[in-house]
Every structure is written in structure tokens, then in C-alpha cells.
Design a protein around this ligand. Structure first.
Ligand SMILES: Cc1cc2nc3c(=O)[nH]c(=O)nc-3n(C[C@H](O)[C@H](O)[C@H](O)COP(=O)(O)O)c2cc1C
Length: 201
């Protein structure tokens, strides 16, 4: 079977990509607008890019009406953010933070998490996240414009917070303790609980 993406309607391309590019970690991004209003939202088109300089990237896709999401707008206004890593126990507040906020509501009211000051950037970090990356904006790369086009946000990591008991050999995060949540397609997620150790590597 071959599917020609040049002739595919966008929602079908979405379904193909999100079901084949799995599992994806989730960047739970805290940002702030120029008036100091805090925002939190999850993005699973997320990865590391380089370690010297230490850069990560996630993609904020435009809404169906072509408008940009708050995270992309905020990061242009205040070019700093915190990427919190989502572990399995944070599924519910993470999903809550993905819903558009009703007018007048405050996202900091999401139950089950506490917002605490970051060290090097203005947006808050989430205390319950076992790992958080404080980043400054390196660059935004637009992959087109209009509905569903991406804004790839590249961040330079300034500081990492790691829960004390998860740091191994003073340099690595313990994968089992991180208990990271992976995104599959639709409403499906996975946990990293069965690890294959290669004999040859
Ligand atoms: C697990 C999960 C992963 C998501 N990944 C993405 C993504 O990679 N890119 C994106 O644009 N939206 C993604 N979303 C949807 C956004 O989180 C959602 O549109 C959110 O309301 C954006 O918030 P904002 O307008 O405050 O930035 C994801 C949602 C969930 C629940």
C-alpha cells in the first residue's frame, strides 16, 4: 500500500502521521504573554535537536481557522518557556491543560498541579513534573501558513530540574522512575515499562 500525501486531505495526513510516528513524548509547555498571564499546553510533536548547544524543539500547529495557538503567540511576546516532561500520573491535568480555556477562566486553576517560579526564565514550571527544562527561544521556523501549518519552536535549554531520586551517576535520568507518558494516536497513550537492552551496543 502506498499513499500519496500530495493528494490527501489534511485530516487524513494527520491520522497517518500521528498513528505511525509513535510513541511521542509530550512537551508540557508553560509560557507567558506580555501582560504576565501564564499558559500551559501539551505538544507531542517534540524532540531533542542538539546538545552543543543544547536545543529542543516542538511544533505548535495552527488551529483549523488558521489562527495561531496561545503558546506560539506567547513565545513571540516573551521568548522564554519551560518544557515539563509528563509522567503517567500527570495524564489528567495534562489533558485538562489542552482544552481551550473558557473566557475568564484561569489555567492556573487546573487541579493536581502547582505552578512554581523557574530559576532562569519568567514562565512558571510545574512542581509535579519529574523533569523540567527552562528554555530561551532560539528560533521559530514556520512550516507554511494557514490551517494546520506548523510553528517549530526551537529552545535553548538553560537549566534542567530533575527530581533528586531520579538522577543516576550524577548525569542520567532513571527511565523507570521518570515513568514517562507516550502519546499514540487518538486518545491512546503508552507507558515505558518494558525495555529492550541490546547485546551489541
Ligand atoms: C497529548 C496531546 C498532544 C498534543 N500535541 C500537539 C502538538 O504536537 N501540536 C499542536 O499544535 N497541538 C497539540 N495538541 C493540542 C494542543 O495542546 C491544544 O491545541 C491546546 O489547546 C493549545 O493550547 P494553547 O492555545 O494554550 O497553546 C496536543 C494535545 C494533547 C492532549
Amino acid at each position: 500500500m502506498q499513499i500519496d500525501l500530495r493528494e490527501l486531505e489534511p485530516r487524513h495526513a494527520h491520522d497517518l502521521m500521528t498513528s505511525a510516528i509513535i510513541p511521542r513524548p509530550i512537551a508540557w509547555v508553560s509560557s507567558m504573554n506580555r501582560r504576565g498571564r501564564a499558559n500551559l499546553a501539551p505538544f507531542s510533536f517534540f524532540t531533542g535537536v542538539s546538545w552543543s548547544p543544547p536545543i529542543l524543539a516542538f511544533s505548535v500547529v495552527n488551529r483549523s481557522d488558521g489562527t495561531r495557538k496561545d503558546t506560539a503567540i506567547n513565545i513571540e511576546q516573551v521568548p522564554e518557556f519551560v518544557v515539563n516532561i509528563v509522567s503517567v500520573d500527570l495524564l489528567s491535568p495534562m489533558e485538562e491543560s489542552a482544552k481551550p480555556i473558557p473566557c475568564g477562566a484561569d489555567e492556573s486553576a487546573i487541579t493536581g498541579i502547582r505552578w512554581i517560579p523557574a530559576k532562569t526564565v519568567r514562565p512558571y514550571r510545574i512542581q509535579e513534573a519529574r523533569v523540567s527544562f527552562e528554555c530561551t527561544l532560539e528560533r521559530i521556523v514556520a512550516t507554511g501558513d494557514g490551517p494546520h501549518a506548523g510553528n517549530l519552536i526551537l529552545g535553548r535549554i538553560q537549566m534542567v530540574h530533575i527530581r533528586d531520586d531520579l538522577l543516576e551517576n550524577e548525569r542520567e535520568v532513571n527511565w523507570a522512575g521518570l515513568d514517562v507518558l507516550g502519546r499514540l494516536s487518538g486518545n491512546r497513550y503508552c507507558a515505558v515499562r518494558s525495555v529492550i537492552e541490546s547485546e551489541t551496543n
